[in-house]
Structure formats: structure tokens, C-alpha cells
Design a protein around this ligand. Structure first.
Ligand SMILES: Nc1ncnc2c1ncn2[C@@H]1O[C@H](COP(=O)(O)OP(=O)(O)O)[C@@H](O)[C@H]1O
Ligand SMILES: [Mg+2]
Ligand SMILES: [Zn+2]
Length: 397
């Protein structure tokens, strides 16, 4: 099982299957169902969160031969809550007609995808302007998806603008970008713009669990959580990591295996360091730094992990209600560990700790001794709460 296969295989085939993006999908499916779909959409947001997926679903839905069965406006009152389900659970697209099938099998003629990252110039857009005039060969609409549209050259944008100003009635454009600020305002104003949101960790965990189940793989909850954290909000990255892990370990996936396959230092060592700092065990902390160094771990990454511990501790110390944000970044046993040691810190210690780690992180690039920044970090963390008679922090070294 290669990683590529996994995230292609699980590209959602229906609007219902798309994770998150409810605000986008409700608006678009309502518009399609009532015959008021826009001729140009602009999707912005980070990579791997469903922009291309939704664009393809729009193409399929607008061409679905059964769409006209939903007469205009008749079910409008029910639609907003039922997402893409119409009368009697009639989904759009139907996924049963020949046109839907051709889209599902990736052989739809009237879907044209252009990657603007590699086709940036005027020639490609001229070609598009020529082609767009011809009527679709199968369904009612021809859909052009232009990915990474911000990469187009100025001339290409101007040519595209002309097409967007007077699109033939059978044309639908979906422009997608990860860098909205680079798309000219003239283009933005010609489109209906939707901002896609990053799914949260639990949405990613659910999707990974669903895929693992379909693949008949045992995925430990902590392993799923760890993959979701490593993916930093991208479902594609999450699925690609899962694929990578499955290529090595395909029956039962544990947190340990995910860590070792991703080459991550054990999160447990960050937990141990947090405890050592909490107990002001400088000797233990320095020993742990040497062990991490000897084991060849990435100490910059480790420092970031440690920073997450103190940042989470700061949140929890400030208000236990803030736990919901911490849960997106830490595993359950880690949160328990932080909570158990919280009384050993003042809120001031914690914000200072985040600052100390942050400052020392900058020195990893220029240090002559690789483990030095982390050593300074832990010593300063432990010294941090010792104050002199004037309430000033004492530096131990
Ligand atoms: N919102 C989502 N719901 C379900 N799967 C998703 C979602 N976003 C991304 N994916 C997964 O990641 C893959 C790539 O998504 P894609 O729509 O191409 O992302 P984008 O265009 O935003 O970079 C999909 O094939 C799917 O497996
Ligand atoms: Mg894309
Ligand atoms: Zn159909």
C-alpha cells in the first residue's frame, strides 16, 4: 500500500463525506439545487483541506442528470439543514446516472484541471479561452479548475479576467489558492469567494480512524492522535502519513511505531523533561539532554515539544476551561501529566518558561555545541523561579 494510493483512494465522492467546510457546502449545494450556482468560485485556504475535492464535486453535481428532478425552490426550507439531501433523501449529485459515473471513474470530458504552478503563462490561459467557447461534450457544464491560481503571471491574469467577465453560460470556473493575498482584487471580485478552514485534530482523528477501519488496520487512538498532530491541519498530509506508516506496519499501528517511522523523538521524553523541570532536578535534566543527543534526536524539535508543554501548562493554569484548546495539541496522558504538576508552578513561571525556550530556540542554528541551547534552556527553566531579594530572577550560570 503506497501513501499515494491512500489519499487518492479516499478523496470524498460526495458532499456528505467532506470533513468540515459545512459553511461552504451548505451554500454551494443550495445554490446548485435551486439553479443559482455561480459561474466562478474562488477557494482559499491551506493545502490538503478539500478545495480540489469540493471543486470536483461541484462539477459532478452541476452535471448530474437527475438534478432537474428537484424543482426550483420547492424544498428550499428543508435544504439548509439537510445539506445535500433533497426530497426523500435524494442526494446531489445522485451518483447513479451516467454522468455522475463518468465523474466518479475519472473519465469526465468536461472537467479540465489546470495547475497554475506549472502552467503560469499567457499561452495556457489563451488555450483555455479558446476551449471554453466550445459546448460541453456530455453534460450541461464544462468545469475549469485552476489550482494555485496565484501563481499565474500578470498577463495570464488579465487574459483570465476577460473570460471571467463574460463567461459562456456553460462554463464554471473554480479557482483555488493557498495564498489569497497574491490573487489580484479584480479576480477576487469576479468570483464567489469561500475560505476553507483547517479541520481540527478530532476531525482528522475521526477520518484516519474511518480509513484505517476500511483498510482493516488496527490504529491505536494515540497513534491516530499523533498523526493528526504531525499533519498540522492538513487531511492530505494526515492520510499520507498514515499511508507511510501502513507501508511499514500494516496490521496494528501503535503510537511508538508512528514516532519511530516519523523519526520523532519520543514525546515521552518531553514529558520526562517537563517533570524533571517541575521537580527542579537539574542533574536529571542535563543527563536527559545528553541521552537525547547521544540517541541522535532532533533537539530543535524536542525544544518545540517542550515549549508546547509549558504553553499548555500556562493555558491550564490560567483557566481549566482552556483545556479544549490544549486537547488539540497534546495527547491525553500528557495533559494529565501537566495537570498533576501544575501546582508546582506560578503562572509567571510558566510564561517565563515559554519565553526561555523560545529565546534558546533561536540559537540552535548558530551553536558550536549542538546540545548547548537545550542545556541552557533546562538550566534556566529550573533557575527561573528562584528570585533574589528584589524579586529578580537569578541566573545560575
Ligand atoms: N475536507 C476533507 N474531507 C475529507 N478528505 C479530505 C478533505 N480535505 C482533504 N482530504 C483528503 O486529502 C486529499 C487531498 O485533498 P484536496 O481536496 O486535493 O486538498 P486541497 O485542494 O485543499 O489541497 C483528498 O483526496 C482527501 O483524501
Ligand atoms: Mg488542491
Ligand atoms: Zn447523477
Amino acid at each position: 500500500m503506497s501513501e499515494l494510493v491512500l489519499y487518492r483512494k479516499y478523496r470524498p465522492k460526495s458532499f456528505e463525506e467532506v470533513v468540515g467546510q459545512e459553511h461552504v457546502i451548505a451554500a454551494i449545494t443550495n445554490a446548485i439545487r435551486t439553479g443559482r450556482a455561480a459561474h466562478a468560485y474562488l477557494f482559499s485556504g491551506p493545502r490538503g483541506i478539500g478545495k480540489t475535492t469540493v471543486a470536483r464535486l461541484i462539477a459532478k453535481a452541476m452535471n448530474c442528470a437527475n438534478l432537474s428532478k428537484l424543482s426550483e425552490g420547492k424544498f428550499a426550507d428543508k435544504l439548509s439543514t439537510r445539506r445535500s439531501l433533497g426530497e426523500g433523501g435524494f442526494p446531489i449529485p445522485c451518483d447513479a446516472c451516467d454522468l455522475c459515473k463518468s465523474f466518479n471513474e475519472g473519465r469526465a470530458f468536461d472537467l479540465i484541471e489546470i495547475d497554475a504552478a506549472s502552467n503560469r503563462g499567457i499561452d495556457e490561459i489563451r488555450e483555455l479561452r479558446e476551449g471554453v467557447r466550445f459546448v460541453p461534450s456530455q453534460g450541461k457544464y464544462k468545469t475549469y479548475i485552476i489550482d494555485e491560481v496565484h501563481q499565474l503571471t500578470k498577463e495570464a491574469f488579465n487574459a483570465l479576467l476577460k473570460t471571467l467577465e463574460e463567461p459562456p453560460s456553460h462554463a464554471v470556473f473554480v479557482l483555488a489558492t493557498t495564498e489569497l493575498e497574491k490573487v489580484p482584487a479584480t479576480i477576487v471580485s469576479r468570483t464567489q469567494h469561500f475560505d476553507f478552514r483547517r479541520p481540527n485534530v478530532s476531525q482528522i482523528v475521526n477520518r484516519l480512524t474511518h480509513i484505517a477501519k476500511k483498510e482493516k488496520v488496527e490504529l491505536e487512538p494515540d497513534a491516530a492522535h499523533l498523526i493528526a498532530l504531525a499533519a498540522e491541519g492538513s487531511l492530505r498530509d494526515a492520510e499520507s502519513i498514515l499511508g507511510q506508516v501502513m507501508a511499514v506496519e500494516d496490521k496494528e499501528i501503535t503510537r511508538r511505531e508512528v514516532e519511530s517511522i516519523l523519526g520523532l523523538p519520543r514525546r515521552e521524553s518531553a514529558k520526562k523533561m517537563f517533570e524533571l523541570v517541575a521537580k527542579k532536578d537539574a542533574s536529571g535534566a542535563l543527563t536527559l539532554v545528553q541521552e537525547l543527543h547521544d540517541a541522535g534526536h532532533d533537539l530543535t524539535y524536542f525544544s518545540k515539544l517542550l515549549m508546547q508543554y509549558f504553553r499548555s501548562a500556562l493555558f491550564l493554569k490560567t483557566d481549566p476551561e482552556l483545556k479544549k484548546f490544549v486537547m488539540g495539541e497534546m495527547l491525553t496522558d500528557e495533559i494529565d501529566c501537566i495537570t498533576a504538576h501544575l501546582s508546582l508552578f506560578q503562572a509567571g513561571d510558566l510564561s517565563r518558561a515559554v519565553n526561555i525556550i523560545f529565546d534558546n530556540l533561536q540559537s540552535f542554528k548558530k551553536t558550536p555545541i549542538p546540545q548547548l541551547p537545550l542545556e541552557l534552556t533546562v538550566v534556566e527553566l529550573i533557575a527561573g523561579s528562584e528570585k533574589n531579594a528584589y524579586g529578580e530572577k537569578i541566573k545560575v550560570i
